[in-house]
Structure formats: C-alpha cells, structure tokens
Design a protein. Structure first.
Length: 311
C-alpha cells in the first residue's frame, strides 16, 4: 500500500463518525471516574484534641498527659478522601473538668465525617486518667550571678530578691520535691560601684505546676575590691604624757583595704596610738586604741588598753 493510501486511510479512520467517537470517549471517561471514584479507599489523618481540665481552684489536678492529637484511619470513596482536610473533621472535644473521669474512650461519634466515610481505627483508642491532690507551697527564690564587674570592683554579698518567697501550686508529687524557685541570673558584666535592681523572670516550673508570679525584683551591690592583711604584736604608742606604759603593750591589727593600698603599706606605717588628756602627774586610765589608714577599715584587738604614767 502506498504511503498516500495509508495516510488517507488513517484520516478516514479518525474523522469518520467523529461525533459518535467523541461521545463514546466522553462516556468512557465518565464511567472510569465513577468506577474509580467510588472505590473504597483508606487514609490516615491526625485530628487535634481539645481538652477541658479541672480549674485551678479545684482540689484535684490531672497528671496524665493528654496527647495533642489522635490518629484516625478512615475508609470511604477515594474521591472524597483525597480531597478531605483534617480541619474539615474538626477537633475532638474532651470534657473532664469535673475531675471524676478515670477512663475515656475515643468513639467515632466524636468526629464530624463526610457522608460515606467511616472510621476503621482510632489511635489511641482510650485514655486512663490519673489525678492528684493539688497543693500550695512557698519556695525561696534563688538568684545566680554571671559575668565580671569592671576592673577593681567585686560583687558585695548575695543578690536579694523581692519577694524572697514565691508561691507554687500543682500536683503534690511535683510540688513537694521542689527546693527553690530559680530566677534568671543577674549579669554584672562591666558594672562599677553602686546598687542595681533588675526585674528577673522565674524559670518555668515543672509541667502541671505554676508560680503565683512570673518575675521578681532583684537588688545587687557592687563594691570596690578589697584585700585583708593582719599585723600581729604591734607596739602601742602613747600621746600626751611621757614615760607611760600600756597594758597590754602590743595589739593585733587587721586592715581591709583596696589591694593597691595594702600593697604599698609598710610595717612602720602601722602605729596604733592612745591619747592621754589628763593633766595629772601620775595616774592610769583605760583608753581606746586609735589607728587611721586612709581608705582602709581598721580592726584593733584589743580595742582598749590601760595606760599608766608617772609611776
């Protein structure tokens, strides 16, 4: 057969009774769609769970963890399940606010489904619920310190929280093991001398428990860095009379000063004194020992000596 004859035959096969052939094709497509669209099909979706728990004022608290979703296996027409979205089903409403339910079943009646769609399986199928006594307890607030102050300065004492105690409520098994309520650390980086107050958030308490407040005001003091140095058996000098003696004749001295001051001090500069103001030619008197060192705190032991003169 010549090529021209083949082409003419092919055109005739395609165009002959064209309308009838198109109509047949359309019927075939519709039939295919109906047959396959109505076939049983399975699909799994996750449906959110909305739960109403006992209020904070109740004396019981739910300790069972409720899953945020349940997995549902559906069966129905493919054409319906392919286009079905989880939010069209809605959410499962779980009302246990009375605190008396100890077992809950998930049933198909809890779900909103399109016509022709059935539920084959729900995971989990049920929940066993456990409650505990709700207790209230006051905990001390604990605040840590991070960072380093400016050169020559140190943190003086511990940070002080206001309030110093915070109330926590929740299931007894959780609340009774808590030792403190921890606040965010106080950052002292670069701070110089002075008092500083900051609002610091409390760490989140364990699951199921809650603090009465979310933050505390914390005050912290930064002071100049100091060092301490003892001087033992330092002779006491008497001013105001001659030929006087003290009992005891020596005292111990403890100096607290900035480190640079303390490093520059020499032993001969440490001269504790007593001042006699009496005009009597002889006598005795208990007098305080005085020692002044600039920018230093001075502690003398004993702080008083007995001075005798004119004997």
């Amino acid at each position: 057969m010549a090529a021209a004859d083949v082409a003419q035959w092919f055109r005739g096969a395609v165009t002959e009774n064209l309308n009838l052939k198109l109509l047949s094709l359309a019927f075939a497509l519709v039939l295919y769609s109906l047959v396959h669209g109505s076939q049983d099909w399975r699909r799994s979706v996750r449906v959110s769970v909305d739960v109403r728990v006992p209020p904070d004022t109740a004396d019981r608290v739910l300790v069972t963890k409720i899953p945020p979703e349940v997995r549902v296996t559906l069966r129905g027409p493919q054409s319906v399940l392919e286009d079905l979205k989880a939010d069209e089903i809605g959410s499962v409403q779980l009302d246990i606010h009375e605190g008396t339910e100890t077992h809950v079943n998930f049933t198909p009646q809890m779900f909103h489904l399109p016509a022709g769609v059935k539920i084959e399986q729900i995971e989990p199928a049920y929940l066993d619920l456990v409650y505990e006594e709700r207790v209230v307890r006051d905990l001390p607030v604990q605040v840590g310190v991070v960072g380093t102050p400016a050169a020559g300065f140190v943190v003086k004492g511990a940070p002080v929280a206001d309030p110093t105690m915070v109330r926590v409520r929740g299931p007894k098994s959780e609340v009774m093991v808590l030792q403190h309520a921890r606040a965010d650390a106080f950052d002292v980086t670069g701070l110089s001398e002075g008092k500083y107050t900051r609002s610091l958030a409390l760490d989140h308490p364990p699951s199921g428990t809650s603090f009465e407040i979310a933050s505390v005001a914390v005050t912290l003091e930064i002071a100049r860095e100091v060092a301490e140095r003892p001087f033992t058996k330092v002779p006491v000098a008497v001013v105001g009379v001659t030929k006087a003696k003290t009992q005891p004749s020596e005292v111990d001295v403890r100096l607290t000063c900035p480190p640079e001051i303390l490093r520059g001090l020499r032993v001969e500069q440490i001269v504790p004194r007593v001042q006699v103001t009496s005009n009597a030619e002889r006598g005795s008197e208990a007098l305080p020992v005085v020692l002044v060192i600039d920018r230093c705190d001075v502690h003398v032991t004993p702080s008083t000596v007995v001075v005798r003169w004119g004997n």
